[in-house]
Design a protein around this ligand. Structure first.
Ligand SMILES: CC(C)=CCC/C(C)=C/CC/C(C)=C/COP(=O)(O)OP(=O)(O)O
Length: 300
């Protein structure tokens, strides 16, 4: 498969604008199918299913979070209204499930991912009402479990459905582990891009998570640090960030307290774990490994 299949450039080799998304999940499904000895095309039903689930989850997530921009343009709800965006998301989900009718082993992983996705999303929403400090503060372990559900499960399903469709259902569980750990690292990178990303590249503004009290890993890790900036940050967040100056100041404190470096280190640990399982069960999977490496680059 070409670099296009990895989603980083378009069919003519131009850098991807992000308008259609990076296509990471379908690339994983097709490369996993190939890695276990099938053709890339054999992984196609899984690839389509996971990308449709992803699109459904983004449509609904943008409504939940009131995010107005997605992939360099208005979010679906912003362009067409909440009702149409909700129903479009539902339709995408129904179509996703229909893609795997006739492939029961792959379907098992997709349905497991859907349950975990909803659990992770529910935890993410519940965390917004938890305090920044004290006994009820969100821990890094709780964060990791939440993102393993919200993001890791679908990358897990991509890898596992690919393995099943490529003819190696016995590798499904291990491939799920590979995808899940990659997904945790991917979400950590996404959290980092939400603070330090370039909106021209990501297609969405920075600081929305901070404005909304989202318990993202750079902030949680900063607060856990024994650093004066962490104490100032904790007080500011607990009082509520009032105005854009406060939001920008909080972002600087997160970095000063070491939140960015700690998030990066945690993401690297998850990439390493994913690669260890991949090397153990599919040492010849060079293209899938290359995709993992390119995802790892997103952390830096
Ligand atoms: C049930 C429900 C509403 C769940 C929501 C779960 C959710 C939105 C998780 C976020 C996943 C994520 C990192 C998206 C960006 O993916 P990406 O960078 O691959 O996006 P792209 O496709 O635009 O490249």
């Amino acid at each position: 498969m070409s670099a296009y299949a990895l989603g980083w450039s378009d069919a003519d080799g131009r850098p991807d604008t992000g308008l259609g998304g990076k296509g990471v999940r379908p690339a994983i499904a097709m490369l996993a199918a190939e890695a276990v000895g099938g053709t890339a095309e054999s992984g196609l039903p899984g690839a389509v299913a996971v990308e449709l689930v992803h699109a459904f989850s983004l449509a609904h997530d943008d409504i939940i979070d009131h995010d107005e921009r997605r992939r360099h343009r208005d979010a679906l709800w912003k362009a067409y209204g909440v009702g149409p965006a909700l129903v479009t998301g539902d339709a995408l989900l129904a179509l996703a499930v229909s893609r795997l009718v006739g492939f029961p082993e792959a379907m098992r992983y997709l349905s497991a991912a859907l349950i975990e996705l909803v659990n992770g999303q529910t935890a993410d929403m519940a965390f917004e009402n938890r305090p920044w400090r004290g006994a009820r503060a969100v821990t890094i372990d709780e964060y990791t479990a939440m993102v393993a559900g919200k993001t890791g499960s679908l990358l897990g399903a991509a890898a596992a459905t690919g393995a099943c469709l490529g003819g190696a259902p016995e590798l499904g569980e291990r491939m799920w582990e590979v995808g899940r750990d990659l997904g945790v690292a991917f979400q950590i990178a996404d959290d980092m891009l939400g603070i330090w990303g370039d909106p021209h590249v990501t297609g969405k503004p920075v600081y929305n998570d901070l404005r909304r009290d989202k318990k993202t890993i750079p902030v949680l890790a900063a607060l856990a640090a024994d650093h004066p900036a962490a104490r100032t940050l904790s007080a500011m967040l607990s009082d509520g960030l009032s105005g854009e100056d406060a939001v920008r100041h909080a972002a600087r404190l997160v970095e000063e307290a070491g939140g960015r470096a700690a998030a990066q280190a945690l993401a690297e640990r998850h990439v390493t774990a994913a690669l260890a399982v991949l090397d153990e069960c599919l040492p010849e999977a060079t293209e899938l490994r290359a995709l993992c490496d390119s995802l790892a680059n997103r952390i830096h």
